[in-house]
Design a protein around this ligand. Structure first.
Ligand SMILES: [Zn+2]
Length: 196
């Protein structure tokens, strides 16, 4: 990429042209600071190891931007409050549409798990956007492995909620008797009943 002065060009980043041109930029060429990562009270410390933003026009003539990278973070454990180390790989593909209405109307069933739709009416701050993606990739409930066991006793869901139409018993039946009433067991009966 040509030298275009400081980072100004990324303040009003044209993701649409970037896609049409099939461009790519990454941390090997551009250095960004991520102030929100640095200031977030749940992030004790973090280092973005690398990032890459690339884009293309797909077979359906849609512009798709891909955010990818890896960062190391020490996050506050939700159980004990002390730091827990994470190495987080992120990768998300975003199909651009021109308005929120279009984004709402988009049939997300056609997308895979790494892909979302985003309204991108005009120029956007690329650094902010990338930082959003990094923050989104942080685990919602960071926990130490040991702390996770602790928390798991009350949080475990026992695979409930998978509404199989299959009548056959699965093999987990016959395990230890469950002492705890699952909070949503009755709810799912209610829901089943109301659908008839
Ligand atoms: Zn902990």
């Amino acid at each position: 990429m040509r030298q275009k002065g400081p980072l100004k060009q990324f303040d009003e980043f044209d993701a649409w042209s970037f896609s049409r041109l099939g461009e790519r930029i990454g941390s090997d060429e551009v250095k960004f600071d991520f102030p929100r990562l640095a200031e977030d009270e749940n992030i004790v410390s973090s280092t973005v190891e690398f990032w890459e933003v690339s884009a293309r026009v797909n077979a359906k003539s849609e512009s798709v931007v891909r955010f990818k990278g890896r960062f190391n973070a020490e996050l506050s454990c939700v159980v004990c409050g002390s730091g827990v180390e994470y190495a987080i790989d992120f990768e998300r593909h975003l199909v651009l549409v021109t308005s929120e209405a279009q984004a709402d109307a988009y049939d997300e069933e056609t997308l895979d798990e790494h892909t979302d739709v985003v309204a991108c009416p005009g120029a956007i701050n690329l650094r902010d956007w990338l930082e959003d993606e990094i923050l989104l990739a942080c685990p919602m409930f960071p926990k130490h492995d040991a702390c996770a066991e602790e928390a798991g006793r009350s949080w475990r869901e026992e695979g409930d909620g998978e509404e199989n139409t299959d009548e056959s018993q699965d093999d987990t039946a016959g395990g230890p008797t469950q002492e705890v009433q699952r909070p949503f067991a009755n709810l799912s009966d209610l829901l089943k009943g109301s659908k008839k």
